[in-house]
Design a protein around this ligand. Structure first.
Ligand SMILES: N[C@@H](CCC(=O)N[C@@H](CS)C(=O)NCC(=O)O)C(=O)O
Length: 204
């Protein structure tokens, strides 16, 4: 398997998940729009985004929640998603919320307001709107963890989506973490394989 990445982007959640699972994988740098390498990257992933996973049969998988589900399902011994329907849908519900709302609607507005409005005079308002959505997501996660180790009773793929959001918060000072989220972040970050994987993006 090969994971395409942009240093520090949301694929750090998938990268951490791959490191936790422990099956062999490679990483390769993707390209940003506007760079000379971008055209070549769109031949690999026509969406031009990360994460993108090339599976062992050569096929491409995109979209964070789908890649995470695929990895959980293909490594059932790691028990990263419940097998009962109620448990499964609650994990997917949280995963989807974290990626589609907290990241895409919240963090992206706070960090990249120009993606939402052409007018620079609107940027401050868009940023504020994004921060509100992002912080509401972190607060929701805080209440759900509420002193436990994970979002649910055991570690699941939803924890890896929360991890990248927490990591962005810690690194970029956007939003703030309550004590349960801070401990959750540190619990994953203290795993040597995860830290080594995420840090390798900066030197690859
Ligand atoms: N819906 C996609 C979103 C992926 C996404 O927006 N990734 C960002 C990085 S966090 C990206 O590729 N940004 C590059 C760009 O838009 O220039 C998913 O869930 O995987």
């Amino acid at each position: 398997m090969k994971l395409y990445f942009l240093p520090g982007a949301c694929q750090i959640g998938i990268h951490a998940l791959l490191a936790e699972i422990g099956q062999p994988f490679e990483i390769e740098k993707a390209a940003r729009p506007g760079t000379p390498e971008f055209e070549a990257y769109t031949q690999i992933n026509p969406k031009g985004k990360v994460p993108a996973l090339i599976r062992d049969d050569g096929s491409l998988l995109t979209e964070f929640p789908v890649i995470a589900l695929y990895l959980a399902r293909t490594n059932p011994e790691r028990e990263l998603i419940p097998t009962d329907i109620e448990g499964e849908i609650r994990v997917l519900e949280m995963l989807e919320y974290l990626v589609s709302t907290v990241h895409m609607q919240g963090y992206t507005r706070a960090r990249r307001p120009e993606k939402f409005t052409p007018s620079e005079s609107d940027h401050a308002a868009v940023r504020a709107q994004g921060l509100k959505i992002f912080q509401a997501g972190l607060d929701r996660a805080e209440r759900q963890i509420n002193g436990k180790d994970w979002l649910f009773e055991t570690m699941t793929i939803a924890d890896f989506a929360l991890f990248y959001l927490e990591h962005w918060c810690v690194l970029n000072g956007i939003g703030s973490l309550g004590p349960s989220c801070q401990a959750h972040h540190d619990r994953l970050w203290s795993k040597v394989e995860i830290r080594r994987a995420v840090e390798s993006e900066l030197i690859t």
